[in-house]
Structures are given as structure tokens and as C-alpha cells.
Design a protein around this ligand. Structure first.
Ligand code: BJW
Length: 233
């Protein structure tokens, strides 16, 4: 039995990290064209660094919540493969103990050089005039995936989705591709599909089962149910 879990901002919402498209979310305070596109970064790198420096500070103050911990426990108990594919750039799944995690939109705590491709742990504060420690270019950026850029680990993600027996979508609006299409893909290839969300996502019509509620409640409840019905208590 292979399980693929796709998570989005909703799984980290109760850890104090904002979602993007909910009321009062990140995109109600910033224009995504300004802070989450290569063109926005080229136009105003200082603004983009300020945006991500603040997000990094929020992440340092955040702790994994009951949903992250429940998913780590599921991975530990489940005998087959259990992969978390996250759109989140935070490290809360890993800090909760999940070991099999793919960050398809990159990682907030990493920096990269747009000139030579070098990657390193980001300083708390990044600046537009930082030099790459490898090549010296003034082309340092957060190691995250902006609109129009290729997402990470897509071959591994597609391979895992193709082999999945169960696909679980958690806390994402399913409006950003290619992540938004993964549940449909999983179902087309024979997986059972489940959505755990505060509100039904744009992909909810392809979920075999939909459980609504805050992640810290529905995810631990579902993991406990799954362990019980699969004799993993
Ligand atoms: C709770 C909760 C609680 C709340 N408990 N739940 C036309 C058609 C199709 C595709 C395209 C198109 N034009 C362009 C594209 C491609 C584009 C795209 O999808 N655009 C759409 C807007 C249409 N995609 C891309 O460009 C991607 N790359 C790509 O496709 O490459 C190939 C390509 C290149 C060029 C052209 C075409 C193809 C890259 C996407 C990169 C996204 N990057 C961001 C920023 C990352 C860094 C950062 O964090 O700053 O990723 S945008 C932002 O959205 C972030 C998120 O990971 C992503 C998804 O957001 P998420 O997680 O779903 O959050 P929300 O806020 O939307 O939803 C929150 C959910 O939680 C809701 O459901 C709530 O109900 C729930 N919730 N509280 C449980 N307590």
C-alpha cells in the first residue's frame, strides 16, 4: 500500500503561518506579481527579500502542529511507502518527524544563486547586494519556486502518484498547477482519493471522500481511523 499526501498552506495555518488565498491571506497584502514571479524579483529585489525575510522570521517562531505530527506518525507506522509532497516552503513536516518529504515549491530556509545554481542555507536576512559564496555573483535569491518557474522533483512526484494506492490532499485550494492536477492524475491511475480541508478545494469533485474541518482536528482523526482500520494500533 503506497500513500501520497499533498499538503498546502492550510496544514501550517494553525502553526501561525498565513495561507495565500483565504480572507486576510498573503495575496490580500501583497501582489503575487511583485513578490512571487521572476519578473517581480528583477524589478524590485529589495522588496522580495523583505517579504521572504519576514516569512523566514515567522517560520523561526512557528512550531509543527498536531496535523504535521499525525502525518509523521502515519509514516512511522505504515509498513509501505508514505510520501509527503508539500507545496509549502516551511520545514514543519520535517521538524515534526516526517522523513519522506518533497518540497515542490522549494524551501524558505535555503538560498540559491540565479547565476551558478549554488544552494546554501539562507541567512535570516537576505539582501539584494549579497554575493554568492561560490561564484561571487550578486544574484542571490530565496530557493523557492515562483510563477512561471519549473516545480521541483516533478519526475519523482509523478512516479509516486502513478504507484499510489491512496492519495490524500490536505489544506490546499488546488488552484496552482501542476500540484492542483495531482489528485485527478492519481484517481485516473487507480488510487483512492481523500481530501481533508477547511473548505472544499477546486479539486474536491475528484475526491472519493471529503472531510472538512481544521487540519489539527481532521488530520489526527483520520490518521487514527486509518491506523485502526489497518490494524496499526
Ligand atoms: C485550512 C486551514 C486549516 C485554511 N486547516 N485547511 C494557466 C492554466 C494552468 C496553469 C497555468 C496557467 N498559467 C500559468 C500556469 C502555471 C502556474 C499556475 O498554476 N497558475 C495558476 C494561478 C493558474 N504554475 C506555475 O507557474 C508553476 N510552475 C509551472 O507550472 O511550471 C511550468 C510552466 C511554466 C510557465 C507557464 C506554464 C507552465 C509554479 C507555481 C509556483 C507557486 N509558487 C507559490 C509561491 C512559493 C513560494 C512562497 O511560498 O512564497 O507557491 S504561489 C503559492 O500558491 C505558494 C503555494 O505553495 C501555492 C499554493 O497555495 P495553497 O497551499 O493551495 O494555499 P491557498 O491559500 O491557496 O489555500 C489554502 C487552503 O488551506 C484552502 O483550501 C483553505 O480552505 C485551507 N485552510 N486554513 C485546514 N486551519
Amino acid at each position: 500500500m503506497q500513500i501520497v499526501i499533498l499538503t498546502g498552506a492550510g496544514v501550517s495555518a494553525e502553526s501561525g503561518l498565513g495561507t495565500f488565498r483565504d480572507q486576510g491571506g498573503i495575496w490580500s497584502r501583497y501582489r503575487l506579481e511583485d513578490v512571487a514571479t521572476p519578473e517581480g524579483f528583477a524589478c524590485n529585489p529589495a522588496l522580495v527579500h523583505t517579504f521572504y525575510n519576514a516569512r523566514r522570521a515567522s517560520l523561526r517562531a512557528a512550531e509543527p502542529n498536531a496535523a504535521h505530527h499525525a502525518l509523521a506518525e502515519l509514516e512511522q507506522r505504515h509498513a509501505g511507502r508514505c510520501l509527503v509532497v508539500t507545496q509549502n516552503v516551511d520545514d514543519l513536516h520535517t521538524r515534526a518527524g516526517s522523513r519522506n518529504v518533497l518540497h515542490m515549491h522549494g524551501e524558505l530556509q535555503k538560498a540559491c544563486c540565479a547565476s551558478c545554481g549554488n544552494r546554501w542555507r539562507a541567512a535570516d536576512q537576505m539582501h539584494a547586494d549579497d554575493a554568492c559564496p561560490a561564484c561571487g555573483a550578486l544574484a542571490c535569491r530565496p530557493d523557492v519556486v515562483w510563477f512561471g518557474e519549473d516545480v521541483r522533483s516533478m519526475d519523482r512526484i509523478l512516479g509516486s502518484v502513478a504507484q499510489a494506492d491512496l492519495f490524500v490532499l490536505i489544506g490546499t485550494s488546488a488552484t496552482v498547477y501542476p500540484a492542483a492536477g495531482l489528485m485527478q492524475l492519481a484517481r485516473d491511475q487507480g488510487a483512492q482519493t481523500l481530501e481533508l480541508n477547511l473548505e472544499a478545494s477546486a479539486a474536491a469533485s475528484v475526491a472519493d471522500r471529503l472531510l472538512l474541518g481544521p487540519a489539527t482536528e481532521v488530520v489526527p482523526r483520520w490518521v487514527a481511523e486509518w491506523c485502526r482500520t489497518n490494524g496499526l494500533e
